[in-house]
Design a protein around this ligand. Structure first.
Ligand SMILES: O=C(O)c1ccc[n+]([C@@H]2O[C@H](COP(=O)([O-])O)[C@@H](O)[C@H]2O)c1
Ligand SMILES: Cc1cc2nc[nH]c2cc1C
Length: 388
């Protein structure tokens, strides 16, 4: 057992390294221009709050000041089941995953509704749902066979076995990269990764605990809404999975393989590839953020290309985001996944782009800039002066 684990670290290390693309920097020239333009717009400096830093980030990602409106926003729901769901860590049975994938395809899920609200399209990718055949259509415009993206039927039960073999992990990472490439080649200029998978908050929490050196009790959350009895089962499952994953804690790719799952690995591949392809991403809840944390360790600085959408009540999301140096744009209490929390933040990104691109400058509008001198002339009349 021991020597097998050491061997697989070596194999994986080489394999993953060879498939990790270089991460480019944001465009510094565009960001300097955006920062300067922010200072010229008709508002007190900083008065647009987080929209200002967001607008500078969008300029840096697009390499353009003023930045362009987002034209093709894509929500990508990565679906996969988890063996650990069978041990009572979720409030729902694994069957719900495949049923929800059908709901996404029919346009009836929350992600479909919220995507429609912001003019985004939804794509579902079944990498490891526990059903005999993958659910399609999974390819761009429904043309690619869904088999291309299916890594396996459910990931392994992480408290007792590895989630994936080395080959499956490698394949899942490439599937994630492939999906990002397909979307970006088809014109996507903003990606919103989401996920669906009963039980997936357990591997997500385990990944965060191992990569951030936390205790099970610090990362465990209520997921779909578990009671105290299931919470105890889930905490023990995280503890047992951490014990299996501990020897790999220094290698994020191995952590994803051993205690994650095909969905989490694919999400990490997608996030890394989006960064490599200079495409901005809005992160969603705890599962996407756990994958992002691992992706940042695999491809350092990939986080430059991501912003966090909504804070999840799951404690592991806060820990992952803190480690990534990201603060969510919203704190709306969502704990649904699917990409819904990230989609809620799309209007904020659009607002950031539009204000920087469309507001008048002080010069253009003939509005006086900030008073810098002659304070005496504006001193309060004597009767209003402080008598002391
Ligand atoms: O995004 C989140 O932070 C989030 C928090 C709790 C639950 N979820 C969703 O609920 C499912 C996992 O919950 P559970 O309790 O089955 O582990 C999965 O489909 C996730 O998309 C998602
Ligand atoms: C119904 C349902 C929908 C979901 N969407 C994401 N996770 C989910 C979990 C459940 C249980």
């Amino acid at each position: 057992m021991e020597s097998h684990e050491v061997d697989s670290v070596a194999v994986e290390h080489g394999a993953v390294e060879s498939t990790v693309p270089a991460v480019p920097e944001l465009d510094e020239v565009a960001m300097v221009a955006a920062r300067r333009r922010q200072g010229e717009l008709t508002k007190p400096p900083g008065a647009l709050g987080r929209l200002e830093e967001l607008s500078i980030w969008i300029s840096g990602a697009q390499g353009a000041c003023p930045p362009r409106p987002f034209e093709r926003v894509r929500a990508i729901v990565v679906a996969g089941d988890h063996g650990i769901a069978g041990s009572g860590v979720s409030a729902y049975p694994s069957d719900v995953t495949a049923q929800m994938v059908a709901n996404f395809a029919a346009g009836g899920a929350a992600v479909n509704v919220l995507a429609r609200q912001v003019g985004a399209e939804v794509r579902v990718v079944d990498v490891s749902v526990d059903s005999p055949a993958p659910v399609g259509p999974a390819g761009v415009d429904g043309t690619a066979p869904p088999e291309r993206y299916r890594v396996r039927r459910s990931s392994g039960r992480i408290d007792r076995e590895d989630a994936l073999s080395v080959e499956e992990a490698e394949r899942a990472f490439l599937v994630g990269r492939l999906v990002a490439d397909e979307e970006i080649d088809a014109g996507a200029d903003l990606l919103v990764p989401g996920e669906m998978g009963i039980g997936n908050t357990t591997p997500a929490a385990t990944i965060v605990a191992l990569l951030c050196d936390r205790e099970p009790i610090e990362v465990v959350g209520r997921g779909t809404g578990i009671d105290d009895a299931r919470w105890m089962v889930k905490t023990a499952a995280i503890r047992d999975a951490m014990r299996r994953g501990r020897p790999f804690a220094g290698n994020a790719a191995s952590v994803l393989r051993v205690v994650g799952g095909a969905d989490l690995v694919a999400l990490a591949g997608l996030l890394v590839q989006a960064a490599a392809r200079r495409t901005p991403v809005i992160l969603d809840g705890v599962i996407v953020c756990a994958a992002a944390l691992a992706a940042e360790r695999i491809a350092p600085d990939a986080r430059r290309w991501w912003v966090a959408g909504t804070r999840s009540p799951e404690p592991a999301q806060a820990i992952a985001l803190h480690a990534l140096g990201l603060t969510p744009l919203l704190d709306a209490g969502l704990r649904l996944g699917e990409g819904t929390g990230a989609l809620l933040a799309v209007p904020m990104l659009r607002a950031a782009q539009a204000t920087l691109a469309e507001m008048a400058t002080f010069d253009q509008a003939g509005v006086s800039g900030k008073a810098t001198e002659a304070l005496d002339a504006h001193r309060a009349p004597a009767e209003y002066s402080d008598p002391t």
